[in-house]
Design a protein around this ligand. Structure first.
Ligand code: FES
Length: 107
């Protein structure tokens, strides 16, 4: 299987409930990943764009966090309500600006 045009790395890290740092899995990232995969299939784009689970991206406080490559942007506070818009953007080869927390380059 060749490299995809784009990747969405969805943090699925889960910490214990008592951990003050929190984690993306506690904020619904596992379901976000599942729905993203479904959204890519629905758009016929799953062979061009891959959504996959990742470990901690060190964006825990603003999870659920996703890294989009090769655009090298990070999304934060992603919820199920954002899945369709995010899938539309990445399938079109765009960045979903509304969700960006860390752009590729500092302004
Ligand atoms: S737990 Fe998701 S970025 Fe750290």
């Amino acid at each position: 299987m060749p490299h995809r045009e784009r990747y969405l790395f969805v943090c699925e890290n889960r910490r214990e409930e008592s951990n003050p740092k929190g984690s993306c899995a506690q904020k619904g990232s596992e379901e976000v990943l599942k729905r993203l995969k479904e959204a890519l299939v629905k758009r016929g784009a799953h062979k061009r764009v891959r959504a996959c689970g990742a470990g901690c991206l060190d964006l825990c406080e603003i999870g659920a966090a996703i890294l989009q490559e090769p655009d090298h942007v990070a999304y934060g506070k992603v919820s199920l309500d954002d899945v369709d818009e995010l899938a539309d953007c990445v399938v079109d080869g765009r960045v979903c600006e509304r969700l960006v927390v860390f752009p590729e380059k500092a302004p």
